[in-house]
Ligand binder design. Structure first.
Ligand SMILES: Cc1ncc(COP(=O)(O)O)c(C=O)c1O
Length: 389
C-alpha cells in the first residue's frame, strides 16, 4: 500500500509549485497549493522501472513500442468504457503542445476560437499567442454554485463564424464533470455549425464517486468525427514533468494533419523516460490509482467541509472531478487586495488567484488538495486564523 500521508520534501527539486512560489507570490516561506501536480508519490513500480532504465548508460533515440498506445486503449476501455484503436492515437509531448498544434492546423490567424471561462489559463494563451480571436462563452453559475454551459451564447458564437471550440472536460477550475445532456448540447451545436471541438480530457480519471466522465467522442460516431480528444497520464499518475501525452482522433483526415505537424516540428521522437512511463502506468497502475483516488476523496471531503462549514464567508461546490477546489471568498467581505494580503502574508499559503482563470473572479481562489492530509489541514488552520482574526 502506498503511504500517501508520508510528507515528501519537494523543495530544491526544481518543482514549479515549491521552488517558484516565492518569486511568483512575492513572499518567502509559503506553503504552496497552486500548480496542478500532486505532492503524493507516483506508483512505486514506475519509480523502479525508471531506475532500471536510467542504469542503462545510453539514452539514444527511442521509438515507442507497439504496446505504447495499446496500453492507452486498455485504460480507456476499462475506465471509461470507450473503445479506441491504437491507430487513432498520435503522440505529443505536453497536452498544451497538442492543443496549440491543433489550433494552428485547423484555424487561420484572426479566426475565432471559443473557450469557457473561468478556465485553465493556458487556453487563453494558446488562442492569443497564435494570433487567433478569443471568443468567451462564460460558464453560468447557478444559485446552487454549480457552473453550467451557456448553450444559447455558444450557438451564437458558432453561427457567427467561430472555427474551434476548446472544451475542458472535466472542467478546471470549477470541477464539473459534464453530463451526457450537456455534452450532447455543446457537441450538437458545434457539429451543426461546422465548428471543430478540441476536447481536453486531461482530468478525466480524477472523477469522484457519484459522477462519470463521458469521453466526448464516445457519444456517437458523428461527434467523434468532429472532435479531437487530448489525454495524458500527467495528472492521474503525477508524471507531468515527463511530458508525454496523446491525441486521439478517429477522423483520419484530422489525424493525418496533426501527425504531419507533429512530425514537422520534430516532436515525434520519443523521450526515453516519458514513453516508458506512458506505457507502464496505463498498463499496470490500476491498484495504485484506486488507492490514490480514495485518498483524494477524503481530502476533498476535508476541504469542502471546511469551506462550507466550520468557516463562514466561503463557499465551494464539491468538485465532481479534479483535485482542485474553486473557493468563493466573496462573502468574507474582504476586498481582493486585502484577501491576497491575508492569505499570502498572514496565512502564508500560495493559492491560485481566481483572476487568472476569468474576469470577475478575483475573490475566488483555486486550492490544490492533492497532498498529504497533514499539509492540507495545516493550510486550512492558517487560513482560518488569518481570516477570522
Ligand atoms: C485542463 C488542463 N489542460 C492541460 C494541462 C497541462 O497539460 P500539459 O502539462 O500536458 O501541457 C493542465 C494542467 O493543469 C490542465 O488543467
Amino acid at each position: 500500500m502506498t503511504d500517501f500521508d508520508k510528507p515528501l520534501c519537494r523543495r530544491n527539486s526544481g518543482s514549479y509549485k515549491w521552488d517558484f512560489a516565492e518569486k511568483t507570490f512575492g513572499a518567502p516561506g509559503l506553503l504552496p497549493f497552486w500548480v496542478a501536480d500532486m505532492d503524493l508519490p507516483c506508483p512505486e513500480e514506475l519509480v523502479e522501472a525508471l531506475i532500471q532504465r536510467a542504469k542503462h548508460p545510453v539514452y539514444g533515440y527511442t521509438l515507442r513500442t507497439k504496446d505504447h498506445f495499446n496500453s492507452l486503449c486498455r485504460w480507456f476501455k476499462k475506465m471509461h468504457s470507450w473503445k479506441i484503436e491504437p491507430q487513432w492515437c498520435v503522440h505529443s509531448p505536453s497536452l498544451i503542445t497538442a492543443l496549440s498544434v491543433c489550433v494552428e492546423e485547423f484555424s487561420k490567424e484572426g479566426e475565432g476560437i471559443i473557450i469557457q471561462p473561468p478556465v485553465y489559463r493556458p487556453f487563453y494563451e494558446v488562442v492569443e499567442l497564435n494570433k487567433r480571436k478569443l471568443l468567451k462563452n462564460d460558464l453560468v453559475r447557478g444559485e446552487d454554485g454549480v457552473y453550467r454551459p451557456d448553450l444559447e451564447n455558444l450557438e451564437k458564437l458558432c453561427r457567427d463564424g467561430a472555427k474551434i471550440f476548446i472544451l475542458c472536460s472535466p472542467h478546471n477550475p470549477v470541477g464539473r464533470v459534464w453530463s451526457e445532456e450537456e455534452l450532447l448540447g455543446m457537441s450538437k451545436i458545434c457539429f451543426e455549425n461546422g465548428v471543430l471541438i478540441l476536447s481536453d480530457e486531461i482530468h478525466c480519471d480524477l472523477v469522484f464517486n457519484g459522477f462519470k466522465h463521458i469521453p466526448l467522442a464516445s457519444i456517437s460516431k458523428e461527434h467523434s468525427m468532429n472532435s479531437v480528444n487530448l489525454v495524458s497520464p500527467a495528472k492521474t499518475f503525477n508524471v507531468a514533468g515527463l511530458q508525454e501525452s496523446a491525441v486521439i482522433a478517429e477522423n483520419t483526415a484530422l489525424r493525418d494533419r496533426i501527425s504531419r505537424r507533429i512530425y514537422s516540428l520534430g516532436l515525434h521522437v520519443s523521450n526515453v523516460f516519458g514513453s516508458l512511463v506512458f506505457e507502464k502506468v496505463y498498463s499496470s497502475s490500476d491498484h495504485w490509482y484506486k488507492e490514490m483516488m480514495s485518498y483524494l476523496s477524503e481530502n476533498r471531503r476535508v476541504v469542502t467541509d471546511f469551506f462550507n462549514g466550520e468557516f463562514t464567508g466561503t463557499f465551494v461546490m464539491p468538485p465532481e472531478a479534479t483535485y482542485l477546489a474553486w473557493v468563493d471568498f466573496s462573502q468574507t467581505g474582504f476586498s481582493a487586495e486585502r484577501l491576497d494580503d491575508l492569505l499570502i502574508k498572514k496565512a502564508k499559503v500560495a493559492l491560485d488567484p481566481g483572476g487568472k482563470f476569468g474576469d470577475n473572479c478575483d475573490k475566488f481562489k483555486r486550492i490544490n488538495f492533492a497532498c498529504p492530509r497533514k499539509k492540507l489541514r495545516k493550510a486550512l488552520e492558517r487560513i482560518e486564523k488569518a481570516i477570522s482574526n
